[in-house]
Write a protein that binds this ligand. Sequence first.
Ligand SMILES: Cc1ncc(COP(=O)(O)O)c(C=O)c1O
Length: 332
Amino acid sequence: MLEARTAVKSLHAYRPPLAGRHGLRLDFNESTIGCSPRVLARLRSLDAESLARYPDREPVEREVANFLGLDAAQVLLTNGVDEAIHLLCSTYLEPGDEAIIVVPTFAMYAIFAQAEGARVVQILSGEDFAFPLESLLARINPSTRLIAVANPNNPTGAAVACEVPLQVARAAPQAAVLVDEAYFEFHGETILNHTERPANLFVARTFSKAHGLAGLRIGILAGDAGQMAMVRRVASPYNVNAVALAALPEALRDQEYVERYVAEVQRGRRVLEQEFRTLGLRYWPSRGNCFAGARNPGTRQERRSGMRRLRAPDRRILRTYQGSDWSATRCG
Ligand SMILES: Cc1ncc(COP(=O)(O)O)c(C=O)c1O
């Protein structure tokens, strides 16, 4: 009988709650306004011939690299950041290796690492969701081959200074250190152009959030040219489809649209913080797209009822997450 690999059999099936979606599900952190009209116009201009051909990623990759101030050899377009994470795990993880993540965080790091047979080491974020730098550094050992840092983090919105992942990368030269900047636009700080970026440090970006293109599945993985050549060996030459490639340059050109949306989200963050203050709930300022952590004391039941008050119809807050002693929410 055909059997899946042991590592795959031990994975839990991951089912994003897509079924029965009515209206917006803000917990996916999608854009609430959709993509730029210029992107839509470009998509409408596509003809049958452009879809009949296999997509040519490289010209768009060059354009993106240019936009980011990097060489084309340092940039790989991916099928969303999800694929970037998958590719890094396939390139660097052997069964039995260790992958370190700081929890709570985005689910896909653990899933892709486990699928390769790696052991996922979870380090709990500190008080106030602070990055547990010392605990993380203490866990690094020769088996550590991947460390993923979402900056800002999902679902807490917490961000770290660039110096932190740099320190992590220097402490683990045998590990691929991923700085996932999926929410970069809402934060404004990046490690991408840092002059001292070590060769084992990778940066991921997405067009799913601020650019409103989650449905097209486009992301960027950037890193040292030599390392990226290794990652490229694992990627399909056609991993990004022709529709996404057609849309991407237009999405890059319409920065004004992104800036306007980011300003709106930042305003929403301030409204949410005000709501937390009004309700007397503890909150942590977020650097992401409207996340706000509330780690308030009391029973789970009491926290739930606090969050339910936040979700009252007049408050435009649609979804909350629950941890063991914290909750996170978004506003639109
Ligand atoms: C931190 C983080 N990274 C990556 C992703 C996925 O990005 P993409 O849509 O480009 O695969 C998400 C989506 O929620 C995320 O929160």
